[in-house]
Design a protein around this ligand. Structure first.
Ligand SMILES: NC(=O)c1ccc[n+]([C@@H]2O[C@H](COP(=O)([O-])OP(=O)(O)OC[C@H]3O[C@@H](n4cnc5c(N)ncnc54)[C@H](OP(=O)(O)O)[C@@H]3O)[C@@H](O)[C@H]2O)c1
Length: 388
């Protein structure tokens, strides 16, 4: 028995002796990502009886099954959460090994240890359509993207393991995710970036195209609740989305209005034209790489077709469960001002925005005087008792 196991047993005996519920140990894989980071933060702040371990991929890679086994033997987690994912445009090998095999290795360990396994999945496994419930899945084909294929296969195998091996799992399907701390600027935040950077002159969507949105902050309390109520949530898939879908054009134009920009213009580019434009740009970029200029299109453009297709998920199953979302009224539209302030400030700090008007979101905290008249600022702060 390892020293960690002995120490844990001693700690459990001691807490049992004094009548305190022993601290549970959770393993989260993907803790440095957008979703995982929010889960880590929530458990640290709100769940004192859980210690959530979140090793990064250097310490615990889903591509190394022996590492996963060794890690779990050493720490003996009481539950596992998987929010890890290979980059969305990964090749087949990475997508297969991380998104599929990695998830299944974790599930096997959870099954053997008889502990809950919470797996984060994606609406990419679902077809286009309106008000899709959890039973909707794309047929598995060789031609789907590596991302969708690996996520779909993971869902199917987890269900199989639940039916045949008694795995205690819950699958949480997210749609377009919005939230703070997306440091890789992906998905919805890439769209926000593109608008703020004024690199979207016209609308790459059609009128009446709706999508569902998932708030990253709503997920951790739900996971916490589900871990406490396994009888109700075990062996099931849940769409985790805001109650109302949002039209993509409305969302883009609302962002534009908040940023007080004149682009994108209210011109809807038809899909065939947008697709041709993308092909031409790919071709130009390939040629440029031959003369040493490395430029890439955002990975999201691979999924440009989705900008033109409605996909809305039904939240009914979760709404009909015993779980109550404390932030039910928060939507991607109501959260936009906070989100814009957070990201624009961040992108300006890192000088990522090439054309953005710097007057926006400049905090009124003496920054201008710090730049222009530091002596005046210093004098003011000293006079006012260290407040600006
Ligand atoms: N973001 C969205 O819009 C969206 C939409 C629908 C569904 N989802 C789902 O939400 C989940 C989380 O996505 P996200 O947006 O948080 O992703 P993310 O920000 O890209 O984070 C990915 C995480 O996976 C980890 N990871 C990558 N390769 C790994 C490996 N070989 N072994 C262990 N960990 C590895 C990364 O760790 P390192 O940094 O240490 O490499 C990182 O913590 C995924 O299941 C995704 O399908 C996301």
């Amino acid at each position: 028995m390892s020293s960690e196991q002995t120490a844990r047993q001693q700690q459990d005996r001691e807490t049992a002796r004094v009548g305190i519920r022993p601290k549970r140990l959770g393993l989260l894989v993907g803790g440095s990502g957008l979703i995982g980071g929010t889960i880590v933060h929530y458990f640290k702040k709100n769940v004192p009886d859980v210690e959530l371990m979140a090793p990064n991929s250097k310490k615990l890679s889903l591509r190394e099954p022996d590492d996963i086994r060794r890690y779990c033997d050493k720490y003996q987690p009481d539950f596992i959460i998987n929010s890890a994912i290979a980059a969305i445009n990964s090749d087949a090998q990475l997508a297969y090994e991380v998104n599929y095999l990695g998830a299944i290795h974790l599930a096997e360990i959870a099954s053997k240890r008889n502990i809950p396994f919470i797996h984060v999945s994606s609406a990419a496994v679902m077809p286009p359509g309106r008000d899709l419930d959890e039973s909707h899945r794309l047929p598995l084909t060789a031609r789907m993207s590596n991302y969708a294929k690996s996520k779909l296969m993971a869902e199917l195998t987890l269900e199989h393991m639940g039916r045949h091996g008694g795995l205690d799992y819950t699958i949480l399907r997210l749609a377009v995710v919005y939230g703070k701390h997306d440091h890789k600027i992906q998905g919805f935040h890439r769209l926000l970036f593109t608008i703020a950077d004024r690199s979207m002159p016209v609308l790459l969507t059609s009128r009446g195209v709706f999508h569902s949105y998932s708030h990253s902050k709503k997920l951790p309390p739900l996971i916490h609740y589900m871990l406490e109520h396994r009888d109700e949530f075990s062996g099931r898939v849940y769409n985790v989305v805001d109650r109302e879908p949002v039209e993509l054009a409305e969302l883009i134009l609302t962002i534009r209005a908040y940023l007080d920009l004149s682009t994108p213009r209210r011109i809807f580019v038809p899909y065939p034209l947008a697709r041709t434009g993308r092909t031409v740009i790919f071709w130009i970029l390939r040629r440029m790489s031959r003369i040493g200029i490395d430029a890439r299109l955002p990975a999201e453009l691979m999924f440009m077709e989705n900008f033109y297709k409605t996909q809305t998920l039904s939240p009914a199953r979760l709404l009909n469960s015993s779980y109550r979302d404390a932030d039910e009224d928060v939507t991607v539209i109501s959260f936009l001002p906070e989100l814009i302030e957070y990201y624009i400030t961040r992108w300006q700090h890192f000088r990522l925005l090439s054309t953005f008007n710097e007057e926006f979101y400049r905090p009124d905290n003496g920054l201008e005087e710090f730049r222009q008249a530091p002596d005046r600022l210093l004098e003011k702060i000293h006079r006012n008792g260290y407040t600006v």
